[in-house]
Write a protein of this length. Sequence first.
Length: 197
Amino acid sequence: MALNFAYSRVQTDGPSYRPVYEAIVGSEHEKLGDVGIWGAFFGLFGLGSNELILVTTGDIANVDTRIGTITSVKRVDTLYLEPTVRPTDYEPRIKEGLYVFRFFDVRNSDVDEIARLSKTAWETFEVSDTYQAIPQALFCEQDRSSEFGKMLLCTWYDGLNSWQISRTPAPEATENFRARAKLTLNATPYATRLIVA
């Protein structure tokens, strides 16, 4: 059975994301229905202080509408996704640290090759002694019927220093990442941290 994920960028009508996050995981959680939360993230770079990223799983049909009913939610932009090579289950993210979400504009015909190149690159990328990094997910859009689409990579780092050092990974990983870059039309990253209680 295919795994279903939704990436929602949620904007609040106040100065901080926190009240909306607390409503989502607390008093108004029932409004989301039968969905799981893979992770909730606040921005370091690329998101406003009144925004959060919410990645939901399971019964995600119209989850953007459901999120929109949460008190103080001003806007919701949602992308419906399925994993390529990771993740293989719905287990929520719990590891504190830096999570970088990187969107790729791609041709949908290249999705499988991009996933293959990524998986091969990770064999050396995530075992480095000079930085700590673990790719968490590589998603594609559920609907791949059009020529162009988006992929979403989520990678965990123990901090910004590891992210910076990992820009020059092992040669084997670099070769695969360069091949992947040739298949991507554009890339946009967002640096976030996991929201914890």
